[in-house]
Design a protein around this ligand. Structure first.
Ligand code: CP
Length: 310
């Protein structure tokens, strides 16, 4: 596969292949090798037209560890501020001989649109409320490190599901991997129609947490909520925020995840975000190896020939 646009379109075998390649890269980096020559001579453009800390830096680091040259362009410093279209921006990047574009954009479908008009691979780094495939891949990779196979495992995703591209990508990956997924939150942010995706929907936090092996918290995305029908941050926190009392409903072995950025004291209290059960910073670290795997495979690299040293 040349592009990575969604996890919905990936098969279980493709997800497993990306995870296996990420494991190989993680082992190499674990031996304190800083770089492999796999993408030497390639130029990768990070086109981020929405803010990012983790995803942009992890793609940047992943590309550099593969020995690619990386150029980053953000919305504020690009000629999109002068009215240049996304299509023109992308075609100019291709004309400048880029070998791959990583794009984050507020509009759902923009990576798919570019993949249909460009000759070079396009990687989705988050498109509106649609998908964030590398986040779903690194989240499931991190879960597998802690739980082994995800078949039959109980995963709760708690928060603003409606506007979450992270939730959608995780739902597609987790259901393909055989996990039992329950979405939890207020009815306006977790509508019943999500059951069409093969998951359960619950508005009862206590019973959902009781048998969870993973609880993934999501930020309330007020920037995507246009009407007044959604809870305020205070209302959300009082009903669904993960605090010490509610965390006591969890199995002691359950792990706590969050894709970031965290709103401390809103969807999760600091003592839990920083506590023993939190794997939040492991997720961030795993983002490098997983994105190395994605860049390598989308560039035509063969999983069995991951190059070991520079
Ligand atoms: N998880 C995530 O996408 O974080 P950033 O917005 O900082 O990239």
């Amino acid at each position: 596969r040349r592009h990575l646009i969604t996890l919905e379109e990936l098969s279980l075998a493709e997800i497993d292949q990306i995870h296996a390649t990420a494991t190989a890269f993680k082992k190499i980096l674990g031996r304190s090798v800083k770089k492999v020559p796999a993408l030497r001579g390639k130029t990768i453009v990070n086109l981020f037209l929405e803010p990012s800390t983790r995803t942009r830096m992890a793609f940047d680091m992943a590309a550099k560890r593969l020995s690619a040259d990386v150029i980053s362009l953000d919305g504020a410093s690009s000629s999109t501020t002068k009215g240049e279209t996304l299509r023109d921006t992308a075609e100019n990047i291709q004309a400048l001989n880029a070998d791959m574009i990583i794009i984050r954009h507020a509009a759902s479908g923009s990576p798919l649109y570019l993949s249909n008009i460009l000759d070079i691979p396009v990687i989705n780094a988050g498109d509106g409320a649609h998908e964030h495939p590398t986040q779903g891949l690194l989240d499931t990779f991190t879960m597998k490190e802690h739980l082994g196979s995800l078949k039959g495992r109980k995963v709760v995703i708690l928060g603003d599901i409606l506007f979450s591209r992270v939730a959608r990508s995780n739902i597609h990956a987790l259901t393909k991997m055989g996990a039992n997924v329950t979405l939890v939150g207020p009815a306006t942010l977790v509508p019943h129609w999500f059951t069409d995706l093969g998951v359960k929907v619950s508005h009862d936090l206590k019973s959902a947490l009781a048998d969870a092996e993973v609880v993934m918290l999501l930020r309330i995305q007020h920037e995507r909520q246009s009407s007044g029908h959604f809870p305020s941050l205070g209302e959300y926190t009082s009903m669904f925020g993960l605090n010490k009392t509610r965390a006591s409903w969890l199995n002691p072995k359950a792990i706590i995840m969050h894709p970031g950025p965290i709103n401390r004291g809103v969807e999760i209290d600091s003592e839990l975000a920083d506590g023993d059960r939190s794997v939040i910073l492991e997720q961030v670290s795993n983002g490098i190896a997983v994105r190395m795997a994605v860049l390598y495979l989308c560039s035509g690299g063969q999983p069995e020939s991951v190059v070991t040293t520079d």
